[in-house]
Write a protein that binds this ligand. Structure first.
Ligand SMILES: [Zn+2]
Length: 107
């Protein structure tokens, strides 16, 4: 199960909006930090401007990595090269999202 905020492994934290009479699904979370964000969003985990920006940043970081490899045929990639692409994309997404929430926390 992944954290509803940052998509890392959920670690025993959660938020149940029905307990505050908000019709939204219960979510699993990774940390107090992400639980605080989910509580401020009242469990409404819909894509927002920060998530869209994080996806754009992750896409660009992945593109830079592919350009560095200078090979777009994925069948020629090693397992390490593929794993590094995934790591670049996921790390950029998570870092961008965390920076965005640090600068512009949800109300
Ligand atoms: Zn999280």
């Amino acid at each position: 199960m992944l954290c509803a905020i940052c998509r890392r492994d959920a670690r025993g934290f959660g938020f149940a909006p029905h307990l505050i009479r908000v019709a939204a699904p219960t979510v699993k979370l990774c940390s107090m930090r992400c639980m605080d964000i989910a509580a401020r969003l009242k469990g409404m985990i819909n894509p927002n401007k920060h998530e869209a920006a994080a996806l754009d940043a992750a896409s660009q970081a992945g593109g830079v990595y592919v350009e560095l490899l200078s090979r777009t045929d994925l069948t020629t990639w090693s397992e390490q090269e593929w794993g590094r692409l995934v790591d670049v994309i996921v790390t950029e997404y998570q870092d961008t999202l965390r920076r965005a929430y640090a600068d512009d926390p949800p109300i």
